[in-house]
Design a protein around this ligand. Sequence first.
Ligand SMILES: [Cu+2]
Length: 70
Amino acid sequence: MTFVNNDARPHDMSSNPHPDHTDCPEINQVGFLQPEQSRQTGNLNTVRTCGYHDHDRDSDTSLQGTIVIR
Ligand SMILES: [Cu+2]
């Protein structure tokens, strides 16, 4: 899966839970994205639901989401 930063500010994307980022470590490969930058997660091969967030704005729910792997 590819994360694209369409915002005007950088974002630092990580797996839940904050701050340990242990649920779906493949998401942590996305990491810090400058505006317009994109990066892929690792292979998401396990059937599960992965939450993610912006590590630098971990309370901003508009920067959170879930990936459902099935
Ligand atoms: Cu975090």
